[in-house]
Design a binder for this molecule. Structure first.
Ligand SMILES: CC(C)(COP(=O)(O)OP(=O)(O)OC[C@H]1O[C@@H](n2cnc3c(N)ncnc32)[C@H](O)[C@@H]1OP(=O)(O)O)[C@@H](O)C(=O)NCCC(=O)NCCS
Length: 426
């Protein structure tokens, strides 16, 4: 049997019958990036492919001091890193959020606390940097609750059949652009949408450059990326990035349009892009993996059941600093809420708080003693934070405990006008 114990910050010691194995953790150095990238791919069960996972991606997007590697001797057996994002919160403020990524532990070293140790370092790093939030997309939904992450956004995976769907409403025009023009025109449209929709992430110039890099290995049998710009009165006001795959198996054209991203801050752009995507000859199947849950599309389609939807969990959030996080967002109704947050993984974020909302703005402070009006775990506060979930539903599941009045106030306060959505798996 293998036993383990934590022997100090950043170290896990596992004692086997014949071997003593000590795991240490630290950020990687520049000349360790190749072995770090190899360890990431091995953790996901794949081989390192420089085209699919280019070395520049790492150098451009992940600062070395935001990496955590777990070493068994010289061998990297665990990986984790953070993108320096800003995330939009209700009200439109852009809040620093480490985007946790490339989380892996070698199959030979799992279930010995390696991830727990790396996560502790990662969260401590966020606290040191004064960043109130950490966010991630989970490969499996059971992994991260124990670390205080709660699901904060969801999305709908949709399919349409062009023969059964028509998209109604006024629309502008749509034209193709090349990468150079897209690099100019797409980011401002994206930023306009990002300022109104909680859960969306900042994108650096480098991020856009990597998004448009389109190696064959990422296409999985589909075409290269198509870049479509919507215009109203000659001004770009929306875009769609998609791929196509022809299919003649039945003797009839049955191709698929697969949307990677569609951003349409105006109704005309939204209608124009969806009408365009659902009317391309030979490609009657339209799929989008990531429609916002409050998207207007199905209200523009007379037979709205024909927009088939499957809902998935998306961005998981972890709050590192309750006061800072709660004061960054706005609220739907005024009032006062006293609540206790239980945070088993990060005791410094545990405690009782008072949130007073006036004119939509919140003032939050720690209070003495234990507030009993409302009690919840850190992960459930994170689920409420972007406004995408109902406190009443969480109370119905027994996850939030409290008085009827406090649950009702929390329910109204935290929900927003725009459903949160995260545009990209990272
Ligand atoms: C997920 C992964 C990183 C976990 O690493 P690990 O070092 O085995 O995790 P730990 O030993 O620190 O586990 C901590 C706790 O989480 C639990 N846990 C870990 N992985 C889990 C999983 N996939 N599902 C459910 N629970 C899990 C452990 O049982 C343990 O629970 P305990 O404290 O009650 O004993 C590892 O299994 C892995 O690399 N998986 C493949 C890649 C992947 O999916 N990465 C996540 C990308 S988002």
């Amino acid at each position: 049997m293998v036993q383990q114990r934590i022997v100090g910050p950043g170290a896990v010691r596992a004692v086997g019958r014949l071997t003593i194995m000590e795991i240490t953790t630290r950020p990687i150095t520049a000349n360790e990036t190749v072995s770090f990238r190899e360890a990431i791919m091995a953790g996901f069960g794949e081989d390192l492919d420089d085209e699919d996972f280019p070395p520049e991606w790492f150098a451009d997007l992940i600062p070395l001091d935001r990496t955590v590697a777990a070493f068994d001797g010289d061998l990297i057996v665990g990986t984790l890193a953070g993108f320096p994002f800003e995330v939009t919160v209700p009200g439109g403020a852009l809040v620093p959020m480490a985007g946790t990524t490339v989380v892996t532990v070698a199959p030979t070293h799992r279930r010995r606390g390696v991830l727990s140790t790396m996560m502790r370092e990662h969260l401590d790093d966020g606290v040191r940097r004064g960043e109130p939030l950490v966010g991630l997309w989970a490969s499996e939904s059971l992994i991260y609750g124990r670390f205080g992450f709660g699901v904060a956004t969801e999305h709908d995976e949709i399919e349409l059949d062009q023969q059964r769907v028509s998209v109604e409403g006024d629309a502008g025009s749509v034209r193709f652009v090349d990468v150079d023009e897209a690099m100019q025109l797409f980011p401002p449209i994206y930023d306009e949408e990002r300022r109104r929709r909680p859960g969306m992430l900042s994108r650096s110039q480098k991020w856009w450059e990597h998004l448009f890099q389109d190696p064959r290995s990422r296409r999985r049998g589909f075409s290269s990326l198509r870049l479509a710009l919507a215009e109203t009165a000659g001004v770009g006001d929306g875009y769609a990035i998609y791929r196509q795959k022809a299919d003649w198996e039945t003797g009839f054209p049955n191709g698929t349009v697969s949307v990677r991203e569609l951003i349409a801050p105006t109704a005309a752009a939204h209608t124009g892009l969806w009408r365009f995507l659902s009317s391309i000859d030979l490609f009657p199947q339209i799929k989008y993996w990531n429609l916002p849950v409050d998207d207007a599309l199905r209200w523009k389609v007379p037979d709205h059941r024909r927009v088939t939807r499957r809902r998935w969990d998306a961005l998981y959030l972890r709050i590192l600093n309750v006061v800072q996080a709660l004061e960054a967002r706005t609220y739907s109704v005024d009032g006062t809420l006293r609540f206790t947050v239980a945070d088993a993984f990060l005791p410094e974020a545990d405690g009782s708080f008072e949130l007073t909302v006036a004119g939509g703005g919140g003032v939050c402070r720690r209070i003495e003693g234990t507030a009993t009006d409302l009690r919840l775990d850190a992960a459930d506060l994170a689920s409420l934070y972007l406004g995408g979930h109902s406190a009443i539903a969480l109370a119905g599941a027994g996850r939030i405990r409290g008085t009827h009045d406090a649950v009702t106030v929390a329910g109204r306060m935290f929900r927003g006008d725009v459903e949160p959505w995260c545009e990209e798996v990272f």
